[in-house]
Design a protein around this ligand. Structure first.
Ligand code: PXP
Length: 400
């Protein structure tokens, strides 16, 4: 039998399922003739091994003893060795990370198996990345892409939390409601940065309903992180962007009658036109992002424009009615993020995100940055800008 499971502890474990999955893993790896033993222990038992062989007097989730390195490697090359798993730790950690226990146990066993095959994540960051990639490939093959929680969990170890760029348009909305000189989006930007924002975003609209030219110019002077200018791809705006030189330009569609941006930029069918604008901005030395629906066709078209970044439109996810629609829109976002990353884009996301819906999207590992405005400004009215930004950052950081 290529996989043997020896159970020396008392908690219930799906042993035959685990054995079957691990045998499939050997098949996936192209080594069905190899043999590995998985020994299931409790915390007390694994602590003895951890102490004796690794000098660590505490429980751990998995320890591997590879036979490739020992004196028997040449004598019995088909034997990979033994992986010890603490079911007690696995249970505790699965609960803590909110993961299905059997998926987490399998992930630990796969991790142990890769150690038996000579993978060693502690030797270098590159080795760690290679190991995670292999783990992901195996888990996806064994559980299917629907095992999203465990796949994201494993993937997350590879990634940093996403950044947060704060859109201060609606501070200007309040000011423009009375055509006075307060509240000032410049003050809001300073406080947002002090609260930890990684960037400040403004949308200079054609009708100047909130942000004014003066705001963008002053922000260019005072923003310490990075300034993102959202704008329509019009001659007037391109000229302004080239003059003011924000750190990033995000191209968005714009309709005068809309309350807020309603959808992503349509790139498919207009690739040449969009490429022309992207090229002009890039030639001026500006980083260019395209705000786009989470649609593979649009993404493929965007890849032909030369844009550096795509910002995935999260509005459909945010406005979904009921859990089923939300699940569907979330799946679209996840897939689009993966495709965008594979196409070589830096992946951002935004629109309609708030404190109650951010957590699942913030766990999508490919998304590097969020652009959030309305919800933060709304909360800032109640609790102050710095605190509102901090709370959002906390949710984003905790999601991975
Ligand atoms: N990203 C883009 C491209 C936007 O147009 C907007 C709205 O101005 C946002 C993000 C922020 O959306 P919200 O204000 O709903 O957070």
């Amino acid at each position: 039998m290529p996989v043997e499971i020896i159970d020396q502890q008392d908690l219930p474990v799906p042993r035959s399922w685990l054995r079957k999955k691990l045998e499939e893993a050997l098949l996936f790896l192209g080594i069905p003739e190899k043999e590995a033993t998985f020994i299931l222990l409790d915390d007390f038992q694994i602590t003895l091994y951890n102490q004796q062989y690794l000098g660590r007097p505490y429980p751990t989730n998995v320890i591997s003893f590879s036979q490739r390195e020992g004196p028997f490697a040449a004598i019995q090359p088909h034997l990979l060795g033994d992986a010890l798993l603490s079911v007690e730790t696995a249970r505790r950690e699965a609960k803590e990370y909110n993961l299905p226990f059997r998926h987490y146990l399998l992930a630990l066993a796969i991790h142990g198996l890769l150690h038996l095959l000579g993978h060693e994540h502690e030797t270098s960051p590159v080795a760690a990345q290679l190991m995670v990639k292999k783990e992901l490939k195996l888990l996806k093959g064994l559980l299917g892409v629907k095992a999203r929680k465990i796949l994201n969990f494993v993937r997350r170890r590879e990634y940093m939390p996403a950044k947060l760029a704060v859109n201060v348009d609606h501070v200007a909305t309040v000011r423009e409601a009375r055509k006075v000189n307060y509240p000032d989006p410049i003050h809001a930007a300073v406080l947002a940065e002090l609260g930890g924002a990684h960037g400040i975003v403004v949308h200079l609209r054609e009708d100047r309903r909130h942000i004014q030219d003066r705001d963008v110019r002053l922000l260019r002077e005072i923003v310490k992180t990075k300034l993102v200018l959202e704008m329509a791809a019009t001659e007037e705006m391109i000229k302004l962007a080239k003059e003011i030189r924000p750190d990033q330009v995000t191209l968005v569609p714009e309709r005068r009658q809309e309350i807020t941006t309603e959808g992503g930029l349509k790139v498919k069918g207009r690739t040449a036109k969009v490429r022309e604008v992207v090229e002009e901005l890039k030639e001026a030395g500006l980083k260019v992002s395209i705000f786009i629906d989470p649609d593979p066709e649009q993404l493929k078209a965007a890849a032909k424009t030369g844009a550096d970044v795509v910002e995935l439109h999260t509005g459909h996810y945010a406005e979904a009615k009921g859990p089923e629609e939300m699940e569907l829109e979330f799946a679209r976002l996840e897939e689009a993020a993966r495709i965008a990353r594979d196409l070589g884009f830096e992946v951002h996301a935004g629109h309609g995100l708030h404190y109650e819906n951010i957590t699942p999207v913030a766990a999508i590992p490919e998304i590097e940055e969020f652009s959030i405005g309305h919800a933060i400004v709304a909360r800032a009215i109640m609790i102050g800008m710095k605190e509102a930004v901090r709370e959002m950052l906390c949710l984003i950081e905790r999601a991975r």
